[in-house]
Design a protein around this ligand. Structure first.
Ligand code: NAG
Ligand code: NAG
Ligand code: NAG
Ligand code: NAG
Ligand code: NAG
Ligand code: NAG
Length: 442
């Protein structure tokens, strides 16, 4: 989710330091949550600086389920690497549609005065997003550690929605917290400080567009059965607001290029596609500068919709092409089947929108991140990436050591592109046939 600058200065709210409490022991040093997928409508698209609703379409949002308070109250929040504060309790009545209001109603509420461990922080704040905003009141309370009966992270500071607009879910902002963008500990800081994790690192697999399982976020750890090949290490770049050194710390990575491999095997790499890119799980779409958007439109042979998005025939979802994002010597190939979303029957759109007024910054949202496995390491300001695959579960702890993840190799096979084997068959099959005939004569 993209924060609007107005909310940023306010994010440096004057809040008392979090209380120092006994740290909880954790043998494993990692904490894993499944990523919950929710489809919702309508989709909001940014058009110039405004955002317009795109009719009656459905998009996918990735959430995690938290249990807050004593006794624990379940709430769902958007998993958002693009912001850095946690808040709950959106005002459902202001959700964009009745459908969203219904989803909002079902996502759980935290009622402060039903928790014996609730502490009012006596501070409020406004957070603005690309679409909608939230007026919140800060609270501190316990957050239950999943998989344990009663172990909790104590006195975590978060916001309780007072009046929010056009948001169907609270937000679990897991960007850079204390010392970077905040003067209090956010969830990542508390997990580390209270000894649940050994480092301020976490890894995310969102899971495929049409598989309900396979997504997980592991605080303090990594799952080597969620990717293939080795992890590549990148610097987490400092704030990248155009024309300014100001702005929040976020998960910026240097992107080397964008291109496509068409179903017929034609490979293109776009000019001027080297730029910093923000990794944002809270953004459904990826935002690329106009010239790249135009190149993709051409390569997809897409038509421009009224709202500024692209439309392609839904049959393209089943074609074997990929959109290729390169970082250093790693290329993440996003299959058309994950990049293109069916928004309603017969209406399919590639997951890209133009980033207006920007020709050298990108936002890589879910349409990209579904195909990547990413470790966000705030302890060392590194980002690690590999290609997402799902071949089971093998969670391992990440120590805070520099480069700790480099020794881990994905246990999944690299091939998921069925088409990759098709051209090969033409070469292998005839020769195998020849060998087989030859064998008959022996
Ligand atoms: C929107 O979608 C819902 C569910 O698919 C459907 O019931 C409704 O009629 C649609 N509304 C419009 C205006 O297309
Ligand atoms: C959501 O909950 C409120 C309050 O309980 C209720 O008035 C409203 O009708 C619900 N909305 C939907 C769409 O279910
Ligand atoms: C608890 O909070 C709700 C809404 O915030 C309020 O209506 C209610 O009166 C409160 N109950 C108590 C016992 O304070
Ligand atoms: C909530 O915020 C909206 C937009 O800022 C404002 O118009 C409205 O009056 C507020 N409602 C309440 C109850 O504070
Ligand atoms: C591009 O799309 C147009 C109509 O949308 C179609 O007539 C044309 O054949 C397509 N070209 C390619 C190369 O697929
Ligand atoms: C990686 O593995 C090698 C060999 O097992 C070991 O010597 C090294 O310390 C490890 N590096 C990290 C950063 O864990």
């Amino acid at each position: 989710m993209m924060l609007v600058p107005a909310g940023l200065q306010l994010a440096f709210a004057l809040l008392g330091a979090a209380l120092v409490l006994p740290s909880l022991d954790s043998k494993r040093g990692l904490l894993s949550f499944p990523v919950v997928q929710k489809r919702s409508q309508p989709l909001h698209l940014r058009k110039r600086d405004n955002v317009v609703a795109l009719g009656n379409v459905s998009t996918l949002t990735y959430l995690i389920r938290l249990q807050i308070g004593t006794p624990p109250q379940p709430v769902e929040v958007v998993l958002d690497t693009g912001s850095f504060e946690l808040w709950v309790d959106p005002t459902c009545a202001t959700a964009a549609t009745e459908g969203q209001e219904e989803k909002c109603n079902a996502s759980g509420r935290y009622v402060p005065n039903r928790s014996s461990t609730y502490v009012d922080q006596k501070a409020t704040q406004h957070i603005g997003y690309g679409k909608g905003g939230a007026e919140i009141s800060y609270a501190a309370d316990n957050i239950l550690v999943p998989g344990s009966n009663s172990q909790a992270l104590r006195n975590v500071i978060f916001g309780v929605g007072l009046n929010t607009t056009e948001l169907a879910w609270g937000v679990g902002g897991i960007g850079h917290g204390n010392g970077f963008n905040l003067h209090y500990n956010n969830l990542i800081d508390e997990l580390h400080e209270q000894g649940i994790t050994q480092s301020k690192a976490f890894s995310i697999a969102l899971g495929g567009q049409y598989s309900e399982t396979g997504g997980a976020i592991i605080f303090g750890g990594v799952d080597t059965k969620k990717f293939s090949g080795r992890l590549h290490k990148f610097d987490n770049m400092p704030p990248q607001i155009e024309g300014s050194k100001e702005g929040p710390w976020r998960y910026w990575i240097q992107m080397k290029s964008v291109g496509v491999t068409t179903p017929k095997g034609f490979v293109s790499t776009y000019e001027y596609s080297t730029m910093p890119a923000l990794l944002d799980t809270g953004s459904t779409w990826s935002y690329l500068p106009q010239h790249i958007f135009d190149s993709l439109k051409e390569d997809f042979n897409a038509t421009l919709s009224e709202d500024g998005s692209l439309e392609v025939p839904c049959s393209m979802v089943d074609q074997s092409g990929t959109v290729d994002f390169t970082f250093g010597d790693l290329t993440i190939q996003v299959p058309y089947s994950e990049f293109i979303s069916q928004l309603e029957p017969g209406y399919c759109a590639p997951g890209v929108l133009p980033r207006k007024g920007s020709y050298d910054r990108a936002v890589l949202g879910d349409s990209f991140l579904r195909s990547a496995y990413v470790i966000f390491d705030q302890t060392n300001q590194h980002l690690y990436m590999a290609s997402y695959r799902d071949c089971g579960t093998n969670e391992q702890t990440l120590s805070g050591e520099v480069g700790a993840a480099l020794n881990l190799t994905g246990q999944c096979h690299s091939s998921h592109h069925l088409f990759a084997s098709i051209p090969m068959c033409w070469f292998i099959a005839p020769s195998a046939f020849v060998l087989w005939i030859f064998a008959l004569f022996l």
